[in-house]
Design a protein around this ligand. Structure first.
Ligand SMILES: CC(C)(COP(=O)(O)OP(=O)(O)OC[C@H]1O[C@@H](n2cnc3c(N)ncnc32)[C@H](O)[C@@H]1OP(=O)(O)O)[C@@H](O)C(=O)NCCC(=O)NCCS
Length: 330
């Protein structure tokens, strides 16, 4: 039932990554690449990689428990769980239901959302609507991925990705704070630029799809770079205009972490100093749904976010999907 429009803020954050680390140096022992090229071009030094028996819901569970603890809530207080992921534990049921069972949040509804690397941005915007409307008080949003499971480790584009999860609890506030504006966009004409060809209803698993490695992702790196450096600046400008702000009003941009090159180009197009853009891809690489909430959690736990600070989230992912949102931290 829709009751009223309320302000929506984040009351707890958490993150979790597998212990195992693959450095650039290690990957370059079995793939045709160079550690310096990876760091200088992509900004990546290492990535966390799940063990064979670790799956997306395990990482999501770790991040969720930490966010719930910071929020000072009990699992019974969670009304809805949204897991943004491209690498669910199984085709069905949703990873959100698996996480619900693992953390014991049995009062919560649960569903997954797939917007690939824009997943957390999409999920946080959806969560905000549920809280703003009054339908739910506390929504747990998790961005979690284990891309190591869909990487072809014989190809050099394996260097881009890592595994990890981040979570945030969205709740209501009487203060004049929280989410101010967001925009989400999509263009399905870009669907082949990053895709997993087989394993769905279009091409179910067969011996041939396994032999052809069609369960591993394919990426057109140039298309990603060219599109990201157009749509990210556009989305950021659009969301700022919608709330009558400029990029200089923003304390931190907490963006998706595709590569340092894409983010530097975005800052250049916006005409702002890159130091405003926070990054952690040096330690995590691109964790897809995990990038923004892991970075948010690190920033929050480092005490860098003060009440009243304006922060901006921005992401681009396969689909294409992209967008940006602005919030006043409270
Ligand atoms: C990957 C990227 C740097 C490649 O550049 P490109 O010009 O588009 O594509 P190319 O495959 O022709 O590569 C150009 C050069 O980059 C280098 N290169 C590309 N991938 C490399 C890798 N993994 N290791 C080392 N060198 C690499 C090579 O020197 C290559 O030259 P070559 O002709 O000798 O092979 C660029 O497309 C990019 O940054 N894309 C963004 C991808 C992204 O962010 N993905 C994550 C989100 S989905």
């Amino acid at each position: 039932m829709i009751k009223k429009i309320r302000n929506v803020k984040i009351i707890g954050t958490g993150s979790y990554a597998p212990e195992q680390i693959y450095t650039n140096e290690y990957i370059c022992t079995f793939v045709d690449s160079q550690p310096d090229w990876i760091y200088n071009t992509l900004g990546i030094k290492q990535r966390h990689i799940a063990q064979d028996d670790e799956c997306t819901s395990d990482l999501a569970e770790g991040a969720a428990r930490r966010a719930i603890s910071m929020a000072g809530l009990s699992v019974d207080d969670i009304d809805l769980i949204i897991v943004a992921t491209t690498t669910p534990d199984r085709m069905a049921p949703s990873t959100a239901c698996i996480v619900q069972e693992k953390i014991g949040a049995f009062n919560a509804a649960a569903f997954d959302l797939n917007a690939v690397c824009s997943g957390f941005l999409y999920a946080s915007t959806v969560a905000s609507q549920f809280v703003a409307s009054g339908m739910y008080d506390n929504v747990l949003v998790i961005g979690a991925d284990t891309f190591s499971k869909i990487i072809d480790w014989t190809r050099r584009d394996c260097v881009f990705f890592g595994d990890g999860a981040g979570a945030a609890i969205f709740s209501h506030t009487a203060d004049n704070a929280g989410f101010i504006s967001s925009n989400l966009q999509a263009d399905g004409r870009g669907k082949m630029a990053w895709t997993i060809p087989a394993g769905g209803s279009e091409k179910p698993t067969t011996q041939a799809t396994l032999d052809n490695r069609e369960h591993k992702f394919l990426m057109d790196g140039k298309a990603v770079f060219d599109t990201a450096t157009i749509v990210l600046p556009q989305a950021i400008k659009a969301v700022l205009e919608s709330c009558d702000l400029t990029i200089e009003d923003i304390k931190y941009v907490i963006p998706h972490q595709p590569s340092i090159g894409i983010l530097k180009k975005t800052a250049e197009i916006l005409g702002t100093d890159f130091s405003k853009f926070l990054t952690n891809m040096d330690r995590y690489a691109n964790t897809s749904g995990g990038t923004i909430p892991i970075l948010l959690d690190e920033t929050n736990r480092a005490g860098k976010l003060n009440s009243g600070d304006l922060i901006l989230f921005a992401a681009v992912g396969s689909g294409w999907t992209w967008g940006a949102s602005v919030m006043r931290w409270a």
